[in-house]
Design a protein around this ligand. Structure first.
Ligand code: GAP
Length: 405
């Protein structure tokens, strides 16, 4: 990492803590390597990312079914999936270290070992038959899950990039074997579209065709979508062709038939699976890295987050010009309460002077600031300030909702 890149990471980590995006896990006890806690703004940012994903890929389509499965599953799941035998990294000694977290289930002599899931995917494969039986979907169809995954990483590092507890968004998309290549191509495009929609510049994403040696044990083809992080070009999300590996193996091991029956042709077969997978925390980090900007505004240096308005933790902040004028404060509060039901994540701020409020909102990436002044009391207009340019326009209150949406 060059000095500038190191500085950038330090600045981002510090902004995240100072402004309440992300805190070191168990901080009052000196921290706990590989674990991070999200503060109010980080929670909102993550929530907005996940919500957009959900709107686009789940609610917005009729062939992708949401599911939410247990973090702890039967150890047989992990034996069958191949994770018990192959999910390991080499230690300095050369020895293999399985990175699944072991946990103990039940008490005393009855206790048995299982694992915290290292991927959300398996919960979807083992529920394949439940979805078929309840919903009778026609191929192609997918299952989608957002949830925590855990890996006992040997060296967690680079802030949110490699942690021991993180969140994944995964889709297992089932197709006929002969359709895998087309479906893979379609998802490849959808994934590029998605990263663009959350504000990551096109030229910051690079595809890496993963070699046979580099691929996970279940994959016949994998593309890593890499992002230029300050510490190097690294995997942000991935697309894998998992073949029928998981369904076939779980069928054999469980003795439960996980095939698909095509009513029209009378065929019975095991579908193949294309898997787009995303790390929520890596996405948050990539977004922060690409949004972090230092410039000069009005002759003063400033730091701001150039977040896309749809994912910014605060969409707009409302201020009374002066906090010691009750008529302005009351009008600002009234507007805040009126707009709150229509605009997500609105904030009210009357701390410090107006210049300081602008800087504070810029630093957390708030796209708009709305100021109530004495003219507002006369004509129901406000000033709307744009975060990126610092420019202000005077607009009627009745135009605010359409401007902010
Ligand atoms: N089901 C496939 C799967 O789990 P993966 O490439 O091992 O594939 C998927 O993980 C995504 O999960 C990665 O692209 C990354 O975004 C995220 N991820 C993996 N390990 C992580 C870690 N230690 N910390 C944060 N995110 C991680």
């Amino acid at each position: 990492m060059s000095k500038n890149d190191l500085n950038l990471m330090e600045k981002i980590v510090s902004l995240c803590k100072r402004r309440g995006f992300v805190f070191p896990g168990s901080e009052i006890y000196g921290g706990f390597a590989g674990f991070w806690d999200y503060g109010p703004l980080g929670v909102e940012l993550r929530h907005n990312i996940k919500q957009r994903f959900w709107d686009k890929f789940v609610s917005g389509r009729d062939e992708i079914y949401p599911i939410s499965t247990s973090i702890v599953m039967s150890p047989k799941v992990w034996e069958t999936s191949g994770h018990v035998s192959t999910f390991s990294d080499p230690l300095d000694s050369g020895e293999k270290f399985n990175t699944m977290f072991k946990t103990s289930i039940g008490a005393g002599a009855e206790a048995s070992v299982s694992y915290l899931r290292p991927e959300t995917a398996q919960g979807m494969f083992v529920n394949f038959k439940n979805i078929i039986d309840s919903f009778h979907p026609k191929l192609p169809f997918g299952l989608a899950q957002i949830g925590k995954a855990f890996r006992n990483e040997i060296s967690p590092r680079d802030f949110l990039f490699r942690s021991r507890e993180f969140e994944q968004i995964e889709i297992e998309y089932f197709v006929r074997e002969q359709d895998w290549e087309n479906t893979f191509e379609t998802w490849r495009k959808e994934m590029h579209e998605w990263v663009g929609e959350i504000g990551l510049p096109k030229n910051s994403i690079h595809e890496l065709e993963v070699s046979a040696e580099g691929r996970a044990h279940y994959s016949k083809r994998t593309i890593d979508f890499e992002f230029d992080f300050p510490f190097g070009r690294k995997e942000l999300c991935g697309l894998a062709y998992r073949t029928d590996f998981d369904l076939r193996n779980h069928s054999v091991a469980s003795g439960i038939d996980l095939q698909y029956f095509d009513e029209e042709s009378g065929e019975r077969f095991t579908p193949h699976c294309i898997e787009p997978t995303f790390g929520v925390d890596r996405t948050v980090l990539a977004i922060l890295v690409s949004a972090y900007t230092e410039d000069e505004l009005g002759g003063e240096p400033r730091t701001y987050l150039k977040l896309h308005k749809n994912i910014a933790p605060v969409r707009a902040a409302i201020f009374p010009l002066l906090k010691n004028k009750p008529e302005l404060v009351n009008k600002a509060k009234e507007l805040f309460l009126n707009l709150k039901s229509q605009i997500p994540n609105l904030a009210f701020d009357d701390n410090g002077n107006i210049g300081k409020r602008y800087r504070r909102q810029d630093e957390i990436g708030t796209p708009y600031c709305i100021t109530i002044d004495f003219d507002t009391l006369e004509d129901d207009t406000v000033t709307l300030r744009d975060r990126d340019t610092g420019e202000q326009e005077r607009i009627p209150i009745s135009d605010l909702v359409s401007k902010l949406k």
